[in-house]
Design a protein around this ligand. Structure first.
Ligand code: BGC
Ligand code: ZN
Length: 366
């Protein structure tokens, strides 16, 4: 079968390859689920793997099949699989356990080992292929009526986890009841976070560079949130105007903004960092001032990456809830469909060059 792969360590090595067809019996214990891939989303992670910034092939293999945002339909299940049946629509989690105590209790998303195993990213093949097989533990069902948004399951899991982590950590404050949130960045993660924070009843301001009207602004406003172009209003000016936020969700990919956000967070607030910054930038920050304000203001920094099965379920629930509250809005994130795995060059070109591409995804089969 066809698959899109890279040679890890070799820049711009993305290519189409022929991979062996997986079988349910590849998974021990009769727990295999064979999935026909319908759609796979791609993001900056795939671009950076193709830039050879990170990414490793599975042991004994010289290529890595990329793609970690899966959506497909179950074709066959092993004899010990319960509650998942042929025909079901599913997504599949990304990270696989290592050996730490967190991995052993099903929390591989917070492994304490340096090496992590992620399908399509590190040491495990991904989903940009025609079929994949995995243990039923990692397969998450998507309701049939959410088929049009199924490819967003993985990004939604990342947002749902990050927000939940902040709320869990803020239980330290006993009666925390956040009112206002700033979302920094209006890519797919920023927009999904906007929706999820609105669903929790917050007043949300989503900040991005481009001036409105534009697609990001339209989607933000359709979620009943306020879009702010940072070319017109800086995050400092916004805080001076509407008040400091109780939550800042940072997903710009810029470490500079992640640190600057520390200067505008409100008292008892939570700053959530989700950007994965591969660069080497240095900046100067008002360290004494921030230190003082953070200590006197009891502020919290929560960093979050990846999501495990429960976060996928939360993300999919949020997508469903979002469809009811804001019908037809979330699908506007799905801007750039590609017809088939053969389009791998165009896929990378869009990731590299097209700044309007909110979401690039490959329609592998229908
Ligand atoms: C993925 C996460 C993953 C992270 C680090 C992100 O692009 O969405 O699932 O944990 O990269 O590799
Ligand atoms: Zn990703």
């Amino acid at each position: 079968m066809k698959a899109i792969a890279v040679i890890p360590g070799r820049p711009n090595s993305v290519h189409l390859t022929e991979a062996p067809m997986p079988k349910v019996t590849d998974i021990p214990g009769g727990r295999g689920v064979l999935v026909k891939v319908l759609q796979v989303g791609v993001d900056a992670t795939d671009r950076e793997i193709n830039d050879a910034l990170y990414g490793n092939a599975p042991t004994g293999c010289d290529y890595l099949i990329i793609g970690h945002e899966s959506f497909g339909q179950v074709v066959e299940v092993g004899p010990n699989v319960k509650d998942i049946h042929p025909g079901d629509l599913v997504s599949c989690t990304v990270r696989r356990p290592g050996g730490s105590i967190y991995d052993q209790i099903g929390r591989n998303d917070i492994t304490s080992e340096e090496t992590y195993y992620e399908r399509g990213i590190n040491l495990r093949h991904g989903y940009l292929t025609e079929f994949f097989v995995d243990d039923c533990e990692y397969i998450v069902k998507v309701p049939t009526k959410l088929k049009h948004l199924g490819v967003l399951s993985e990004p939604a899991s990342v947002c749902a986890k990050a927000i939940e982590q902040a709320y869990l950590a803020q239980q330290r404050l006993q009666v925390w009841s956040p009112k206002r949130a700033f979302v920094l960045g209006a890519g797919q993660i920023g927009l999904l976070a906007t929706m999820m924070l609105r669903l929790r009843g917050l007043e949300v301001y989503t900040l991005a560079r481009g001036k409105a009207p534009n697609r990001k602004a339209n989607i933000t406003e359709a979620y009943d949130a306020t879009y702010v172009s940072t070319q017109e209003t800086s995050m400092h000016d916004l805080a001076a105007k509407v008040g400091k936020p109780d939550i800042i969700f940072e997903c710009t990919g810029s470490a500079k903004l992640a640190f600057q956000a520390m200067e505008v967070l409100g008292l008892n607030g939570a700053l959530i960092w989700t950007s994965i910054t591969g660069g080497n930038h240095e900046i100067t920050i008002p360290a004494d001032k921030i230190n003082l304000q953070w200590v006197l203001g009891n502020k919290l920094l929560v960093s979050s990456v990846n999501g495990n099965r429960r976060h996928f379920e939360l993300g999919i629930q949020a997508l469903a809830h979002g469809e009811l509250a804001y019908p037809g809005v979330t699908e506007q994130i799905l801007t750039h469909p590609l017809a088939g795995l053969d389009q791998y060059k165009e896929m990378m070109r869009l990731l590299v060059e097209d700044k309007d591409a909110l979401k690039v995804f490959v329609n592998v089969a229908s």
